[in-house]
Design a protein around this ligand. Structure first.
Ligand code: 5AD
Ligand code: SF4
Length: 448
């Protein structure tokens, strides 16, 4: 064992992360674990001995990107003995051994519940030349005890649950991430308290469906709901901002709205994916709510929480979507007036019920609807920004602005990006900025 770790001491790992926040968080855990195990991390792929892709299966496009990256690595792999290429994340659980058929020079396939083994798997793959596939689910695995390298000093993602039991007919997540399981409450609170002490001011509680946190928890954690968890996290010393995602509109409890309205640390923003504005399509998606139910939730949120920032996910061109269904989506936008919309063309995923539906919508119709949707969504996002002009925003600084010299950027409590001129600020500073203009979805102003 000692000789092995000696051998790997100089191995440099390059990791590229695709997909959602869960992947970003998990890459941080794996990075921490690798550093603890004497690997080093490089941001330059060419200089690496090990290349790892943390992958996403949510849409075909996301998988294509990874397959094309893998396709480019054959020569790199042959150039030097002992080089290792690995796939982690959702494609590991979607494809398992089949990935080795698509990319024969792949050395390791490691699913999200097996990340603790990444250092050992790299050693085995490099030492034996035999490809390793570890993609089974492990219901008790949570990364809370792993060493973790925080990508930013002032904000952190916190995994509070994993998997999903909703089985929306378009979605591959229940198959790639398994059944819904809540992380024990004490473990979450302990992690937040520890990172708060280290200087983290903002936490984002992550799960596929956070509103059902606590269901099925046993022992000490029994009985706690998501609303109670958010309140407890918001009361931890040093935590100034609490966000969470993703909420399912079906399970939006009234006491969560109350916590958002009354606990000072909890931010006034919510991501509430509606997916579509037609009851017929929602039913076929197995979303289990109607447009009317969704609008009631939005109305309750808006009437209780001041200046609520509300965002959503929308899918266009789901099988069977007719022009009148799509019109329902446009009408919904007019009704809610979202601050930001994440819009996607429906992408058939292997093994999901929607992929087997016979009335698939053509690519041209999807493109045309997406363009119309985006035009409306952008206009509304821009109007929402306009409404912030003249207001004073509390900004948590992220760092120097990319494109504007002598300026910094950060996020308002609503989660809008704010750019302001200044010198000498550092990530984690909190400043007040008076908003004077906006460009697309970014706000610009000066400190007061
Ligand atoms: N096709 C297109 N978009 C999808 N999403 C999930 N599955 C698919 C799919 N098969 C979108 C949903 C979800 C977001 C994370 O990705 O809108 O809320
Ligand atoms: Fe996928 Fe639906 Fe679960 Fe979200 S709630 S992860 S869309 S199955």
């Amino acid at each position: 064992m000692e000789t092995l770790s000696q051998e790997t001491k100089e191995k440099k790992v390059f990791m590229e992360t695709f997909g959602c926040q869960s992947n970003v968080l998990e890459s941080d855990h794996v990075t921490g674990l690798l550093l603890k195990n004497h690997f080093s991390i490089t941001p330059i792929a060419k200089e690496a001995d090990v290349i790892l892709f943390n992958t996403c299966s949510i849409r075909e496009h996301a998988e294509h990107k990874v397959f094309s990256r893998l396709g480019q690595l054959g020569d790199w792999k042959r150039e030097k003995e002992g080089r290792v290429i690995g796939v982690m994340g959702c494609m590991a659980t979607s494809y398992k051994n089949q990935l080795l058929e698509r990319a024969p020079f792949l050395d390791m396939v490691v699913g999200p519940d097996q990340y603790m083994k990444v250092p050992q798997v790299i050693r085995e793959a490099a030492g034996t030349g035999v490809s390793q596939v570890l993609a089974d689910f492990d219901p008790v695995y949570f990364p809370e005890n792993d060493p973790r390298r925080l990508a930013q000093p002032h904000k952190a993602f916190i995994e509070i649950m994993k998997g999903c039991d909703k089985f929306c007919t378009f979605c591959v997540v229940p198959f790639t991430r398994g059944r819904e399981i809540s992380r024990p409450t004490e473990s979450i609170l302990e992690e937040v308290a520890t990172i708060a002490q280290a200087g983290v001011k903002e936490v984002m509680l992550l799960g596929q469906n956070v509103n059902s946190y606590g269901l099925g928890l046993n022992s000490k954690g029994k009985g706690i709901t998501f609303s109670q968890l958010v309140k407890l996290v918001g009361e931890i010393k040093g935590i100034q901002r609490v966000r969470f995602m993703t909420s399912h509109p079906l399970d939006m409890p009234d006491d969560l709205i109350e916590v958002m309205a009354t606990v000072p640390a909890v931010c006034n923003s919510i991501h509430l994916p509606v997916q579509c504005g037609s009851d017929k399509v929602l039913k076929r998606m197995n979303r289990k709510y109607s447009v009317a139910h969704y609008l009631v939730q939005v109305q309750k949120l808006r009437s209780s929480i001041k200046d609520l920032f509300i965002t959503t996910d929308l899918i266009v061109g789901f099988p069977g979507e007719e022009e009148k269904d799509f019109q329902g989506t446009l009408d919904l936008l007019d009704e809610v007036k979202y601050d930001a919309v994440y819009s996607f063309k429906y992408s058939p995923r292997l093994g999901t019920p929607a992929a087997r539906m016979l009335d698939q919508v053509s690519g041209e119709v999807q493109d045309e609807r997406l363009a119309r949707l985006n035009e409306k969504a952008w206009k509304q996002a821009s109007e929402a920004c306009e409404s912030r002009l003249g207001k004073i925003e509390e900004v948590l600084v992220d760092g120097p602005a990319d494109k504007t010299p002598d300026a910094y950027y950060g996020k308002s409590r609503q989660n809008r990006t704010v750019v302001f001129p200044g010198k000498g600020y550092k990530a984690g500073d909190v400043v007040k900025v008076k908003i004077e203009s906006h460009k697309v979805a970014n706000l610009y102003g000066t400190t007061i």
